[in-house]
Design a protein around this ligand. Structure first.
Ligand code: G4P
Length: 295
């Protein structure tokens, strides 16, 4: 099967983002790290821990409406056991967001006590929001602040102003002052981000991508796959990815002239159904004893 093309990333731009974030760290009290609950490991920037240094941080597992709730629970435990406060949210509906401010205040309890003892009652809590493209930073800021974060394209070279958003009384969010990239040097990370649609399809081959995803689904959640596409588990157990794609195209009557199966159409459908969680709430990154998310 064809290799997925490796995505370019830009160390120079990363260094610039790093400098920008570092220069803002003195203005803020904590960092909200937005992650995609389906891929909490793959959606984390590899340099984040060194960039945010010792700032208190909160892991926000977003899009939990599309992740497997049992896996999300394991991820929350993983972060909490690593001494990182974590919450699961769904920024489409707003579910779970009520926990954000209390969690931040809890993380900053000692600091807030000191402010109060110094009579700094009006001091706002300031939190920087960071995350790789497409994890839901805009959605998070918009939902929390009930304002519209101007959608700035997350690509190298795009300048972002310093944007502060007020969230009720005494709480402010700072938009990320740069673009953080995922771990592009790890092929499996690139693939997972492509499966969930965080990396645009035009840089990968759709049929190859869908074939690989189907293999993953066959090996990890065969029930969901078989019930959605009326496949026989026994029959497909030794199929290669492309054969799975053909079987699905055939079941769905996706044929082109001459009776050939339109595997491109089938690939688009499979990816769409996976990305919209029509295929089920599926988490691709699992917690195990080697898990180490750098935040
Ligand atoms: P970003 O700023 O980090 O780049 O992410 P953004 O908020 O733009 O979100 C990326 C996509 O993810 C958007 O979809 C957004 O609606 C969706 N999204 C964000 N949070 C959640 C969530 O908790 N659950 C679900 N299901 N989706 C979420 P889009 O299709 O790119 O845009 P739109 O059509 O929704 O406007």
């Amino acid at each position: 099967m064809e290799e997925l093309k490796t995505v370019q990333w830009f160390p120079g731009h990363m260094a610039k983002t790093k400098r920008k974030i570092e220069s803002q760290l003195k203005l803020i009290d904590a960092v909200a790290v937005i992650l995609d609950a389906r891929v909490p490991y793959s959606s984390c920037n590899p340099d984040l821990r060194s960039i945010i240094n010792n700032k208190p941080r909160i892991a926000v597992l977003n899009k939990c409406d599309m992740a497997d709730p049992r896996e999300t629970k394991k991820w929350l435990n993983y972060f909490r056991n690593s001494n990182v406060s974590a919450i699961a949210v769904d920024c489409k509906s707003g579910k779970g967001l009520n926990a954000f401010i209390p969690t931040v205040k809890n993380v900053l309890a000692d600091k807030i006590k000191i402010w109060l003892s110094k009579g700094m009652t009006g001091r706002a809590v300031k939190v920087m929001v960071v995350g790789i493209p497409n994890v839901g930073k805009s959605s998070f800021i918009n939902k929390m602040s009930k304002q519209n974060r101007a959608k700035v394209e997350d690509r190298p070279g795009v300048t972002r102003g310093n944007q502060w958003f007020t969230v009720g009384k005494g709480f402010e969010l700072l938009d990320t002052p740069g673009v953080l990239w995922p771990k592009f040097d790890d092929q499996s990370v690139g693939e997972k981000l492509a499966y969930i649609g965080s990396i645009k399809d035009d840089i990968t081959d759709t049929e190859t991508l869908a074939s690989r995803l189907l293999l993953y689904l066959r090996d990890n959640c065969s029930d969901s796959l078989c019930s959605r596409y009326k496949l026989n588990q026994e029959e497909i157990k030794d199929f290669r990815g492309y054969e799975l794609l053909e079987a699905i195209g055939k079941k769905r009557g996706m044929l082109i002239s001459g009776g050939e199966i339109n595997t491109e159409r089938a690939a688009i459908m499979v990816l769409d159904e996976f990305r919209s969680a029509t295929l089920g709430k599926i988490t691709l990154d699992k917690v195990d004893e080697n898990t180490n998310v750098g935040i």
